[in-house]
Design a protein around this ligand. Sequence first.
Ligand SMILES: [Fe+2]
Ligand SMILES: [Fe+2]
Length: 474
Amino acid sequence: MSTINYSEKIPNNVNLAEDRTLQRALEQWQPNFINWWDEVGPEGSTDFDVYLRTAVSVDPQGWAQFDYVKMRDYRWGIFLNPGSERTIHFGDHKGEKAWTDVPGEYRANLRRIIVTQGDTEPASVEQQRHLGLTAPSMYDLRNLFQINVEEGRHLWAMVYLLQKHFGRDGREEAGALLERQSGDQNNPRILGAFNEKTPDWLAFFMFTYFTDRDGKFQLAALSESAFDPLARTTKFMLTEEAHHMFVGESGVSRVLQRTAQLMNELRTDDPKTIREAGAIDLPTIQRYLNFHYSVTIDLFGADQSSNAATFYSSGLKGRYEEGKRTDDHVLKGQTYKVLEVQNGQLVEKEVPMLNALNEVLRDDFIKDSVAGVARWNKVLEKAGIPTRLTVPHKAFNRQIGALAGIKMSPDGRVVSEAEWAARRDEWLPSAEDFAFVGSLMGRVVEPGRFANWIAPPAMGINRQPIDFEYVRFN
Ligand SMILES: [Fe+2]
Ligand SMILES: [Fe+2]
């Protein structure tokens, strides 16, 4: 187990005390981070004491310490998973010793990878900043805040790598991570999905289910990296990511549970009647799913990408569960099937696998996502409701890659521009859907009470009761 010096300003297991330059750089960055948190972090939350999980070390006992914390005083620590003598297990450097420093020839690409990952972390905090004002319960409010502080810590993790390993460039990038802003016209976040709004709690649950899962797959691919500090940082981040996806999966489950209950009580599947009863109808939930799924699979990038090939061959970024795969881990001469548009129709095409690694990761993500949707359907099945949720076709509503050039229905039919325009509001949330879901978003924060549109969770956090005082407003 690594030891942490608690007397340090910045809790860490990276021997920060012995690196004065780095310590000074981080201590200079910290006030800017706190300013950023105050300005665009969770709105109106400064005085709240929140029952939060804080990581104080990376071993199973240490990374989940629960106590009341003011969020701006959260101990944004820097933790790497324990190191071991690793050898690089994929790409052109396979069999060589993993790098503890950045090789000069890969510096620009590694920096770009770390900055792109780092940029998503504060972006999601910005996207979620107003949600606390309309929390459906104190339990949910606490979960939102837990995710917010951990995304803040993930930003710290990437900033540590930039400042430790990339000198002045790294310090500049660390500053820029606090300057770009989600949805900003002039200086937006790097990736599309992180400039979208998260206007309500259904969107939040879909985001944490799908988009935090993109995080899981990106982090998992980076945890294979030949650059050992990146591999060890991302491994630890993955333990926190699991909770974010849990919030999304259980959140949507609870919405479904409540909707199904009302459908049974009122003996109806009419969306209008369900809405009048103050719950979210299943077609609206399906449209939110379609939106978040399609926007998130765009995050994996173009289906054919020479960058993806370079990142893999040079050992910077592996595949999901690289170590468990039984091929040669070099992939030269292998192929993969991707979809392409030809004469307005989709066709399959075999391309060099190295160039298709974005698609490989996207397909792994899709498999994982679909499994959770099946668990949501169990909720409906148990309630005796025949409707099932489905993920839309991979080519539905895509903005990035070859599939962006086509209009596709959720069930996988190529459609004309006219049909798309006519049916768009059946397939994606409309302004009216957002207005309706928005109208349900009141603030319910008395311990143990829940908004009408969502069922209570099966159990509380850290074995506390559901009506535990998860947030003290002071
Ligand atoms: Fe994160
Ligand atoms: Fe996350």
